[in-house]
Design a protein around this ligand. Structure first.
Ligand code: GDP
Ligand code: MG
Length: 686
């Protein structure tokens, strides 16, 4: 399948000193330079080749063989690459150091590695590099092309054979152990016999080579635990021959073309890239993995592939998680401030779920190809970090929902209590149900699957606060109601009390108190009728009623005070006296004659009038059943009341006051007396 990646635009720059053509796909890169340093540009190059997202959908092939056996020429023919080829005319390799190049094959997700050695095998350094590069190639490639001249076949002692022995030994060290997923790591050795003249058929050459391989395998000193392992446990052998490039140029080209199809055409029966050869390194991690391998090889450490794969997984999973997290943070950031500033963000849960699953999906897509243990571990870490970012948003949203719900609750309750005919309990219940529903909707929306978040606590808090608000509201309403009832009460008693107090009769207080009691009873039942809808507690009702009684009583007392204020009361006394002294029983004004008993009449009227003071001085019914009392600790729970002493409120005049009134009245009465006397004197004088 073609790569899912993009083809980078041409930019014509140089990669490791080599002129790139305008097409990025034909760029080549020196992955290991002649200082034996691994390039830092491979990841970028793999991306430029469009393999960044290829996952496992790519292959690696490398080549192996003595110097100047046409290896680079072969690779270029097979894969359309542009590895350096020895100058034909000079017939000598440029004096470059040993190094490894990589190209991407034309039209395929195929990475091709070319090992450049130096001539002169006598130098120990080169043998070292050959061994190392063989190790490196085997650890990463699926197919190793073993390139050799026809006349080298069967030369068991030849240089190639020594190298192959190295390859096998290296392979045992590398792949003796099974891979983490339990597979036996296999590699295909594809022998390409060059300058095949044709006199010896390929089949014969193949037999010879197979036998040689077997011999080499048997001569290996294997570790005890692997001593029974066969060559075929690790390698598949395959063979191809190519005609002489110059002597049979046309045939060389056509057969090279045919050979190339074995690398490119998946439908071919002898397609070389069997899945079992794949080293299971995702393309995006290939550079890191290869670098790790190379470092191990360079430092002559035992190459431990499982460890390498785990290191790779740690590195790449971290990188992938970091990228996923960066994108996630970018998305989450703009919502932070609104939440912190107290806003209920519409659809926050949906957003959070999308960011979270987006980041996890992204991580899964890229990281799941790596070492499963590492992948899973880092996934837990990633989710931990994500959730620790989201959790404050969730909690903030809950807090804001709570606040908003409570504000709406208050407003809705006040709105519900406009007008007269509302049922307080119904208003409260309806408002509470509405805000709870709204809160729950919001809270559920903000939940994110896979977390252990809960809104139970916040809901509990909201309920408690709503209860407090309702209680306060009820108290306010009760207060208002009591005030209204009090006002009505005052209105109702005002005229009758005036009337009763203007007609001093022995049962005056009985009348007043009966009126008081009846009116109070009505007020109380009107309170109780309303309070039913308030869901008030018994205790609240008791205090409200006590308050109501006290206020009613004080209202009555105020009314009485009004009627018994000094001047008003003195007026009453004077009228009462006049009615008895200046008018006869029939209400006719008296005209005093000298023989009239002015003194007796005066005394009588005065005594009768003074009796009024003892009638008025204390609220005291003749019928004890009508007596009213309040506990003296009946403080006004609805207002900050001062000390209240009920018995003292029964007293209308104190003794001093009574004495004062008596004296003042006496002066008035005396004046009437003198006036009466004078009228008889003047009558006699006439
Ligand atoms: P490398 O060192 O193995 O990569 O070999 P090169 O590809 O650089 O080729 C070395 C020399 O062999 C060059 O001069 C090539 O032209 C030549 N050459 C390449 N392929 C063949 C071939 O199939 N037969 C012959 N006789 N010469 C070849
Ligand atoms: Mg070469």
């Amino acid at each position: 399948a073609p790569s899912a990646g993009r083809t980078p635009a041409a930019n014509g720059h140089y990669v490791n000193g080599s002129a790139a053509t305008s097409d990025a796909s034909s760029e080549r890169i020196q992955i290991i330079d002649d200082e034996k340093q691994f390039t830092s540009a491979l990841t970028a190059q793999i991306e430029k080749w469009g393999l960044g997202h290829a996952g496992f959908d790519y292959d690696i092939v490398s080549v192996f063989g003595s110097q100047s056996t046409g290896k680079s020429t072969l690779l270029n023919r097979l894969f359309g690459t542009n590895f350096d080829v020895m100058d034909e005319t000079k017939r000598q390799q440029t004096t470059k150091g040993a190094c490894i190049w990589m190209c991407k094959a034309k039209g395929a997700n195929l990475l091709v590695m070319d090992v450049e050695g130096t001539d002169g095998r006598e130098r120990g350094e080169d043998q070292d590099f050959e061994r190392k590069s063989a190790l490196f190639s085997l650890a990463s490639s699926e197919v190793l092309i073993v390139n050799l001249w026809e006349h080298q076949v069967g030369l068991y002692q030849g240089a190639n054979m020594g190298l192959l022995k190295t390859v096998f030994e290296v392979n045992l060290g590398l792949f003796g152990k099974k891979t983490p997923d339990g597979r036996n790591q296999r590699t295909l050795l594809l022998f390409v016999i060059r300058d095949h003249i044709g006199t010896t058929p390929l089949a014969n050459l193949q037999t010879t080579l197979s036998a040689d391989m077997q011999k080499i395998w048997e001569s290996l000193s294997k570790p005890p635990e692997l001593k029974d392992k066969q060559l075929s446990d690790y390698f598949d052998l395959s063979f191809a021959a190519l005609p002489h490039k110059i002597l049979a140029a046309d045939k060389f080209e056509s057969e090279a073309k045919a050979l190339s199809r074995r690398f490119l055409d998946k439908t071919k029966e002898d397609y070389v890239f069997s899945p079992q050869y794949h080293k299971r390194i995702p393309a995006d991690g290939a550079a890191f993995y290869m670098e790790g391998i190379w470092e191990q090889v360079q430092s002559n450490k035992d190459l431990d592939l499982p460890t390498q794969q785990e290191l790779l997984a740690q590195f790449r999973c971290d990188e992938i998680a970091t990228a996923a997290l960066a994108e996630f943070n970018e998305q989450a950031k703009p919502q932070k401030r609104p939440v912190e500033s107290g806003k209920v963000v519409e659809g926050l849960g949906k957003m959070m779920r999308a960011w979270r699953s987006g980041a996890i999906d992204r991580y899964d897509r890229d990281a799941s190809r790596y070492h499963p243990g590492v992948y899973k571990r880092k996934r837990v870490d990633l989710i931990g970090v994500i959730d620790s970012t989201l959790s404050p948003l969730f909690l903030g949203q809950l807090k804001n929902l709570h606040k908003a719900s409570l504000a709406t609750y208050k407003k809705e309750m006040l709105d519900g209590m406009k007008g007269e005919n509302y049922n307080f309990a119904d208003v409260v219940t309806a408002s509470r149900e509405r805000i709870e529903k709204r809160f729950l909707e919001g809270a559920q929306e903000a939940l994110v699957e896979g977390t252990d978040w809960s809104y139970a606590e916040e809901l509990q808090l909201l309920r408690e606060e709503a209860r407090i608000v309702a209680d306060q509201c009820r108290k306010d309403e009760t207060k208002k109601m009591v005030n209204v009832i009090e006002r009505n009460f005052k209105k109702q008693i005002s005229e009758p009390v005036d009337l009763y107090l203007n007609k001093p009769t022995p049962d005056m207080w009985d009348k007043v108190l009966k009126l008081f009691r009846d009116t109070l009873e009505k007020a109380e039942s009107s309170y109780l009728a309303k309070a039913k809808s308030f869901d008030c507690t018994d205790e609240e009702n008791t205090t409200a009623l006590t308050t109501l009684r006290k206020r009613a009583w004080l209202a009555l007392r105020a009314k009485i005070e009004e009627q018994t204020a000094d001047t008003v009361f003195l007026g009453k006394l004077r009228t009462y006296f006049e009615e008895r002294f200046r008018y006869d029983e029939n209400g006719v004004p008296r005209v005093w004659r000298p023989d009239d008993d002015i003194d007796g009449a005066f005394r009588n009227a005065k005594e009768q009038t003074l009796e009024l003071i003892s009638l008025y001085w204390k609220i005291k019914p003749t019928n004890p059943k009508l007596e009213f009392s309040l506990p003296s600790d009946a403080s006004d729970s609805l207002a900050t009341g001062e000390e209240f002493d009920f018995p003292s409120t029964l007293v209308v005049f104190t003794e001093t006051k009574a004495l004062d009134l008596t004296n003042r009245f006496r002066r008035d009465a005396d004046a009437f007396y003198v006036e009466a006397k004078r009228s008889t004197v003047s009558g006699v004088a006439q």
